[in-house]
Design a protein around this ligand. Structure first.
Ligand code: ZN
Length: 211
């Protein structure tokens, strides 16, 4: 299998209204698919120790189920983004269903956490041109990435390779707040933080990185 750590330039230029990199020459760490009772707290503790603020792309259904974890994410100063209601691939569903996936998650987060979501990342990174207009309608900014770590392969060597080779001072990095990388999640965060510091890059919070 060919790993695509960094998406091709053509794709980025076709969907230029999405963020592929940060805009302030800082590195943004993002966590997809949570909250998750087995991993969210582990991640939050580590980020707090390092005073790193991150962006959690949460699944609406999980926010509903694990409301207190979602609250904890915000209480620790992180941002929450919309990662669809139940991780449906947007290309494969009707416009109405697509709209539901996005709207419902915003609504759950607003009602349960009193928080207005600003950012959206499509499940599996799959979207079409019509996604962009739905995002506009809901005042959401699409956030993709420039460094996919493949942490969900649960192989620390893969993460290490990806970070060493593809980290830039303006990278948007994807990790997962889910069961698949559970055993390597702490080491993955450590590898990123070490590499960022070794190169004198800086990590930033969502609102300063995406402007
Ligand atoms: Zn996902």
């Amino acid at each position: 299998m060919k790993y695509l750590y960094d998406p091709p330039g053509l794709l980025k230029s076709m969907f230029s209204e999405f963020y592929w990199n940060t805009t302030n020459n800082k590195v943004l760490l993002t966590f997809d698919d949570g909250p998750n009772p087995e991993t969210t707290e582990i991640i939050l503790k580590r980020l707090e120790e390092e005073n790193v603020k991150s962006l959690f792309f949460c699944v609406g259904e999980n926010v509903k189920k694990y409301n207190s974890l979602a609250k904890q994410i915000l209480a620790n100063g992180h941002s929450i983004g919309n990662h669809s209601f139940n991780h449906k691939i947007l290309n494969k569903i009707s416009v109405d269903e697509k709209s539901f996936q996005i709207k419902e998650t915003n609504k759950i987060v607003k009602e349960n956490l009193g928080y207005n979501i600003k950012y959206f990342r499509p499940a599996h990174g799959r979207f079409q041109l019509s996604t962009a207009s739905i995002l506009k309608e809901h005042n959401l900014k699409g956030v993709m990435w420039s460094l996919l770590t493949y942490d969900y392969k649960n192989d620390l060597e893969v993460v290490k390779f990806a970070v060493k080779k593809y980290l830039r001072n303006n990278s948007i990095i994807v990790l997962h707040d889910s069961m698949k990388p559970k055993n390597i999640i702490l080491d993955s965060i450590n590898i990123i933080i070490d590499e960022v510091r070794n190169r004198n890059y800086q990590l930033g919070a969502a609102d300063e990185c995406l402007n």
